[in-house]
Design a protein around this ligand. Structure first.
Ligand code: SF4
Ligand code: SF4
Length: 283
């Protein structure tokens, strides 16, 4: 049979009172014993606090993570007055990205490998070599746009590993928080928009001139290979030429024997007279 709600409440209350009595008896059942226990536990806590206050007279030494003592420093102030004080960051810390544009050949490899597409590059072809990088690579492209959005970056470091000139690096600058998110989009391009337009126009003109020169060369080559067209002679000149051909320009010399003149016999029809009354046609 289930106990009623009232019986269940009183049973629970009696059980709790009994537990409290047991606890008090176990600790110190006397009034002064309780006071003594209170003072003792307070002194334990105070002792710990005093120990830390005493040790806080000095700070932890700012040593690098590679130092053997880095994790051995268990005493001293553990909090710092940032930004006036800061723990040293290892030189190979991977925080904010930086691109040394002088050494960038705008190859786009970093943008291609980035897993979150936070690098945007707009290359512009140059008409000739722009410069050499510090490691001897030839720079033939301008970067009209080279943006890295650090708000999207997941600090994987892949972009720095594929960079052929090692101009893109992760620095140990870790404090670059911003109130406005757009300020985390870093622009590394060394060209202004107007300069970029000029470079684009120069390359288009260069390409147009190159194409025109190529077309002209092809046309000249085709002309040289084709057979020479017959010169058109006016009709009057043709007639004159034919007439002059009939009358030789150089008459035969006097000592050349004259061509024999052949007289053609004159053939007359002979009509036989059958009727004696008819006149004679042969006369
Ligand atoms: S560190 Fe990773 S996420 Fe950040 S820009 Fe480079 S490739 Fe992209
Ligand atoms: S990989 Fe390096 S050289 Fe190529 S575009 Fe990126 S930063 Fe420039």
């Amino acid at each position: 049979m289930l106990p009623s709600r009232k019986n269940f409440f009183w049973s629970f209350r009696n059980f709790s009172i009994q537990r409290m009595q047991v606890n008090v008896k176990g600790a110190n059942s006397s009034y002064f014993g309780n006071i003594r226990e209170g003072i003792k536990s307070s002194w334990e806590g105070l002792k710990l606090s005093l120990k830390h206050i005493f040790e806080a007279r000095r700070s932890r030494k700012p040593i690098g993570v590679a130092d053997k003592e880095y994790f051995g420093q268990q005493t001293g102030i553990v909090t710092l007055k940032y930004p006036y004080e800061a723990l040293p960051v290892p030189d190979n810390g991977r925080y904010r990205l930086h691109n040394e544009m002088e050494d960038c050949i705008v190859c786009d490899k970093c943008a291609e490998i980035c897993p979150v597409d936070c690098i945007e590059i707009e290359p512009v072809k140059a008409t000739e070599e722009i410069r050499k990088t510090s490691d001897g690579h030839s720079v033939r492209l301008y970067a009209a746009k080279f943006d890295i959005d650090m708000a999207k970056c997941c600090f994987c470091g892949l972009c720095t590993t594929v960079c052929p000139t090692e101009c893109l690096t992760m620095t140990k600058t870790y404090d670059f928080s911003e109130f406005i998110m757009d300020n985390l989009n870093y622009h590394f391009s060394d060209l202004s928009p107007a300069e970029a337009e000029l470079k684009k126009k120069a390359y288009e003109d260069f390409q147009a001139a190159k194409l025109a020169a190529k077309n002209a060369a092809n046309a000249a080559k085709a002309n040289a290979e084709a057979p020479a067209p017959k010169a058109e002679v006016p009709r009057k000149e043709v007639l004159a030429t034919e007439t002059s051909a009939e009358t030789p320009a150089n008459p035969p010399a006097e000592n050349t024997p004259p061509k024999p003149v052949i007289k053609r016999p004159v053939m007359k029809p002979v009509i036989k007279k059958t009727d004696p009354n008819l006149p004679d046609t042969q006369a």
